[in-house]
Design a protein around this ligand. Structure first.
Ligand SMILES: *Cc1c(COP(=O)(O)O)cnc(C)c1O
Length: 373
């Protein structure tokens, strides 16, 4: 009998009741490369850990279930997940990607895909007519990040899903920022969802991992062969750590979101801040300071927020996209896209929001004093 539980409950229950021998409430970590066969042609379902590991499987079933897909794949990083999905394409294929894109994704597309003869072109996914107009005969997919990083622009996935369907394109969505709790792309026309699970899903700034989900049987089969063939699989320990982190995702997201809303409200009236980019959902926001010279002293004087290059963990982190995450994008392209030298990105952690706010305010005050002297 199928009963429908909420994502919140399914998250917490991940791995529970998976070990009938002991009844372990927390799925065990299977640190085993190989699994014994009792005879020729016989297998427990596990043979070799690259192909399948019970701990990784718990994670893969959990993410598939959360994203409303049947097939989940755990990879060694978000980039490995993207590379796995792009291994579906062949020489001569063309892909249209969001113009405002995670810097590492952009670097992979620019530095490595041309040598395989795969073209990636960029469009603003909010401009549906331009997306439609740029589709060519050999276009095979749309690669969409929403909201975008770091400009926090949201795309209309339903509309893009319709365009993809009309032109027989795969729609691939990087759902890292919103997580399946705030956005379920497979319900909006996506064929494949990707996560950098390093971020909100892991949630504790202590691991690097990527996840891929599809509900399409053929794609699932091809992705399984890619995962097993290339071997960018996530190890058992990190699979367990990630599943453990995911159990508290709903509580964390609630707090991340409350904090981001509170911080964006205060920053939007701050005299040294000219613009706050917060889509009203999730825990990420970006803002522009009045003067580029404020950036370094601001980062130096933070005490609660850490100047570091990631997001989605319980600890608040601030990033300077133009020299960190987006440094590989040519300067003119970067600035034309809006990633200017005044832009800062904040991943609101789950500390008390008053502490985050006062930390940023005090650091801004110090920064202002520094540039005046
Ligand atoms: C971090 C990130 C990635 C890359 O993931 P890694 O786990 O760092 O390899 C891809 N997309 C987005 C949106 C990200 O934030």
């Amino acid at each position: 009998m199928e009963r429908n539980y909420t994502r919140e409950t399914r998250l917490v229950q991940a791995g529970n009741r998976k070990d009938p021998r002991t009844g372990a409430v927390n799925a065990p970590i299977y640190m085993s490369t190989a699994f014994q066969h009792t005879g020729v042609g016989e297998s427990t379902g596990y043979d070799y850990a690259r192909t399948g590991n019970p701990t990784r499987e718990v994670l893969e079933e959990t993410i598939a279930d959360l994203e409303n897909g049947r097939f989940g794949f755990a990879c060694s990083s978000g980039m490995a997940a993207i590379q796995a999905v792009f291994s579906l394409f062949s020489q001569g294929d063309d892909v249209i990607a969001s113009v405002d894109l995670y810097g590492g994704t952009y670097r992979l597309f620019r530095e490595y895909w041309p040598q395989w003869g795969i073209d990636v072109r960029y469009q603003d996914p909010r401009d549906l007519e331009s997306v439609r107009a740029s589709i060519k005969e050999n276009t095979k997919a749309l690669f969409i990040e929403t909201p975008t990083n770091p400009l926090m622009q949201e795309a209309d996935l339903d509309a893009l899903g319709n365009i993809a369907k009309e032109h027989n394109l795969l729609m691939i969505v990087d759902n890292t920022f919103y997580t399946p709790l705030l956005q379920q792309p497979l319900e909006q026309g996506a064929d494949i969802v990707i996560h950098s699970a390093t971020k909100y899903l892991g949630g504790h700034n202590d691991l690097v991992a990527g996840l891929v989900v599809t509900d399409d049987e053929k794609l699932g089969e091809r992705l399984f062969h890619i995962q097993n063939g290339i071997g960018m699989t996530l190890g058992a320990f990190d699979s367990w750590l990630l599943t453990r982190g995911m159990k508290t995702l709903s509580l964390r997201m609630e707090k991340h979101q409350q904090n981001a809303a509170a911080v964006s409200e205060v920053l939007s009236t701050h005299p040294l801040i000219t613009e706050v980019l917060y889509p009203g959902k999730g825990g990420m926001l970006s803002f522009k300071v009045q003067d580029e010279r404020l950036v370094d002293p601001l980062l130096r004087h933070l005490q609660v927020v850490t100047f570091a290059e990631s997001l989605g963990g319980v600890e608040s982190l601030m990033t300077y996209p133009s020299v960190q995450t987006h440094a590989d994008i040519p300067e003119d392209v970067r600035i034309a896209n809006g990633v200017t030298n005044e832009l800062m990105r904040l991943s609101c952690g789950i500390e008390n929001h008053e502490d985050i706010i006062s930390d940023i305010k005090l650091a801004l005050e110090e920064a202002e004093r520094t540039i005046q002297t």
